[in-house]
Unconditional design. Sequence first.
Length: 612
Amino acid sequence: MKKLLFTFFAVTSLVAKAQVVSLFAGSVYTGDGAFSGATGSINKFQDSFSMPWAIAPDTNGRFWITDQHNLNLLIGSNSWAKGGSVLNPNEPGSADYADGTGTSKSRFANPAGCFVHPVTNRVYVCDADNNLIRYQQTSVINTNDQVAWGTFAGVHSFLGSYKDGALGVAEFASPQDIVITSTGVIYICDRDNHCIRKITGGQVSTIAGSGTNSGDVDGTGNVARFYAPTGICLIDDNTLLVADRNNGKIKKVDLTNGKVTTVVSTGLNAPSDIVYINGIIYIADSYAIRMWNGTSLTTYAGKVNVAGYAEGSDINARFSLIMHIAYHPKTKSIYVTDLGNNVFRQLTVIQPPQADFIAQRTNPTVNEVVTLTSTSLYTTGWTWAITPGSYTLQNGSKLTDSVMLVTFANTGSYTVELTATNPTGSNKKTKTNYINVSLIGGAKPNPDFKADATNAIIGQTVSFTDLTTDNPTSWAWVFTPNNVTYQNGTSATDRFPKVTFSSNGKYTVELTATNTNGSNKITKTDYINIGPLDVHHPEVLDLKVYPNPATDKIFVGNGLNNVIITGVDGKSHSLVVTDGTVNIETLSAGIYSVEASLKNGDKLAGRFIKTN
């Protein structure tokens, strides 16, 4: 299946979420032979498939799927039978060969891999048991449009054979998968001929493999050997990946010269298909989706050698004989053909981490607190490094936090490095001489501070962070009224005190900061509000936006009627929320904040990236 590579930039941190497997279409059962018999539309979760083989998204966000004897088009929540028989797949005549229009005239026999032409938006199908390449001759404009099916290449036969030549002369033997480049060149995974075929200019040729002999050999053209390859995927128009099933390997074909090299040589059982996303190879391997990041092979979803059916996150999910997989960049999901369970599954994909960070101040004075904040994308872990090492982590900060408070003991330039990680790997960002520390000069301190909670209850510990500039050396805190108790060994002269409040009401907080040049004071009147448990104090809560980045829609959660979305240009848009979803197609690409109000007075706030 074709892959797409996207890179996103942002000034907001996106935390990677665990990949989740869910049912996409079909009714779960084991065995084969189930069918709905529907000639029109049916809810995709009520439709019954028998030994489904492949799935392919088109350019309109619809999905073509191949079944034991027919082809369906998934449009929204409905499934539409568009080709082949809709009756019992095991009855004589259901699996057959016939060109024609709709389900009454056309017939297929175990259609396998399919792919949508990037220019015409029409699907091409490997009709495996007919040993043909079939194609969609008429477009689906309206959902109930009938489709005319034709034979694109090959000679119809029961056993198949091997021959290069013109479209109507060439022969295949159980073709299993197909991809099409941006320029319309077609590549076929010809399983029983153990080779990769190419179709261009009305001619079929062999680009890699001998045509009839199986084996396991890297090499160029007919020197290379495969053993029952079943899946292919384009990295780009000049590079093809092959799931060499019976060799248990993933191989790469240079399409400019036919040179074959092995990419993944060990650790796989029976790889049947692959997709390539952001430099990562995802592999359908019997009962699991495996992941190759260029150096190591891991299990991304499911469990090796364990069949079953279970939805859920990553390795807790269960599959039963995965055949073909496809990636859709708009939903950032892998779609899985779960043949043993007779359904199609959806697997959200974690993007590789993209490390980045900012400091709220890059030219501090000695001993001034600097806040380093990760703005990394798709990140679950952080590791900081600062050189030279004359710095101190403040207020409990750790080198593995996403936000870190640091002071610097000496003047000079400091290089900061952040390594961001998630299950797909790691990415490093280095900013050389990023922090430049100077001596205090003749200025008094410029005091400031913040609390981790300004609305709290009696007995709740509130932490204060000193944000004073110009090298403070001592601190004096005053709370009015003075109904406070210092916690965790802190006191009124600590830089980062922790306190609890013993009575309800509003508290004014005062900080006096001192250095060798004198003192300055800051007072924040009624800064802390302490109330009883049954009194709600409005807060700003984190709004989770998914997917992020997004192209056409974002999910913000049920229970909201509208949101205010504001771009970096300051322009705001009030958009309606429908079933938890906001349509953002009219927005231009960029970074947006999104806010919503709850009935209890709380506000929700988040950020997302809009891409084209």
